[in-house]
Design a protein around this ligand. Structure first.
Ligand code: ZN
Ligand code: ZN
Length: 427
């Protein structure tokens, strides 16, 4: 069976189903953890890799058990320390290690390859041999139960998986130390989500309930504007009805500040799909360029610039409008967008939907360095995926070395409302 590459979303789902099967199998396993691109929140990958930690004398039994897992349609390859399964949802590689080697194995198989080869060179300079999931010194095995213990021997702090990229991170960390990366607990609200008023699956009440269960203190409902490039949209005449419903939900679900927002399309001339008097009624306005109109990068950049100059536009969503594995992003002049975002007080988004993951890490890193305010959103269309997609957004932002201070929704609801008011006040 042949597979195209797996999106982060599909890989995550496949890893979860493998983890459940392994748990049910009752095999003598000490730990099972994701590896590789999945652990580093890469937007797409060739397979799902996981580390199985078990005592050496049980490796044979464990491999036998793993080769009989229910979703596997076949064992493609088996070695003494790994097994490659072919499943209906894509290929899965399971690497085996002992508890003593688990840290070295985790580090080695998480990659990236450039990161581990940079570590290997650094190990060699300090008298160690690091390779194939093990650490040696003068020919004998060095215990490496955790990744920390390996990094410590290489005189490095623990480097989060999302930063393990082209190897240059070692030099940056040597020079400047580790960045204080944004993490899920910093996120205080989600500013981009859809309901059944447009192309979302769930009702407002259900989405707000899910947001409250995640512990958010605020949540923005941002359905698609009337002429948006989406399967279902919110008509202008529905806006007051939606507002009334949001009012009712605010009363029903206390303890969370619900913002009535909109994801308004940026039209071909850079104007917006709803008139200003309508936009003025929303608590927050997200603007999106879903329809490129056949325009090239320079013209698309100008459409964004026009939209950012609009006093009601607070966040530009998924700027490149890319889709990992399916569609490359717009060829934009990002430096100009960053400059305009700072100048106009507009945030740029890291969208956590697996079909976007946009801005990607590299672009988000440039944006943060230039002082752009970043929103990390789920762009969720189903209540059950609200938390997961925020996790993907945060993972993507971490790949961009984004810190809490760069992020709009690490701030309070009052600060978010003040961010909106400040731009409106400039008019
Ligand atoms: Zn969108
Ligand atoms: Zn959206």
């Amino acid at each position: 069976m042949r597979f195209t590459r797996l999106s982060l979303g599909r890989a995550h789902a496949l890893a979860n189903s493998i983890a459940q099967q392994v748990q049910r199998s009752g095999l003598p396993i000490a730990a099972l953890v994701p590896l590789g691109s999945l652990r580093r929140f890469a937007p797409e990958m060739g397979d799902v890799a996981m580390l199985v930690v078990a005592h050496a004398q049980q490796h044979g039994d464990v491999l036998d058990g793993l080769s009989r897992l229910a979703p596997s349609v076949g064992v493609v390859r088996r070695t003494e320390t790994s097994i490659l399964l072919s499943t209906e949802k894509g290929p899965v590689v399971l690497h085996l290690s002992t508890p003593q080697d688990a840290g070295a194995a985790l580090l080695w198989h998480t990659g990236s390859r450039q990161h581990t080869s940079a570590l290997r060179a650094r190990a060699r300079a300090r008298g160690y041999e690091f390779g194939d999931g093990r650490l040696h010194r003068a020919g004998s095995r060095v215990e490496a139960p955790t990744e920390d213990s390996v990094y410590a021997r290489l005189e490095l702090p623990y480097i989060p998986p999302e930063l393990r990229e082209d190897g240059s991170e070692l030099d940056v960390i040597d020079r400047d130390g580790l960045p204080q990366l944004v993490a899920l607990p910093h996120i205080r609200g989600d500013l981009h989500a859809h309901t059944s008023w447009s192309d979302g699956r769930d009702t407002t009440a259900r989405m707000v309930q899910a947001a409250r269960e995640l512990g958010y203190s605020y949540f923005a409902i941002t359905d698609h504007s009337e002429r948006a490039w989406a399967s279902r949209t919110l008509s202008a005449t529905d806006v007051p009805k939606q507002r009334a419903e949001i009012e009712a939900v605010r009363a029903q679900v206390p303890g969370i500040d619900v913002l009535h927002g909109i994801e308004v399309d940026i039209l071909h001339d850079g104007t917006l799909d709803f008139a200003d008097d309508m936009l003025a009624g929303f608590d927050i306005v997200l603007a999106s360029l879903h329809d490129d109109g056949g325009h090239e990068g320079a013209r698309l950049t100008e459409r964004y610039v026009t939209a950012m100059r609009h006093p009601f536009v607070n966040v530009i969503t998924h700027p490149a409008n890319r889709s990992p594995g399916a569609r490359g992003g717009y060829d934009l002049d990002f430096d100009r967008l960053f400059q305009m975002a700072v100048e106009t007080g507009t945030a740029l988004e890291v969208d956590g939907a697996p079909g976007h993951l946009d801005m990607d890490g590299a672009i988000a890193r440039r944006a943060a360095a230039q002082g752009v305010t970043i929103a990390i959103d789920s762009d969720c269309h189903r209540a059950e995926a609200l938390g997961r997609q925020m996790e993907f957004g945060v993972g993507t932002a971490r790949r961009g070395w984004v810190e809490p201070r760069h992020v709009l929704n690490t701030r309070s609801a009052a600060d978010v409302r003040a961010f909106v008011a400040a731009k409106r006040g400039r008019r």
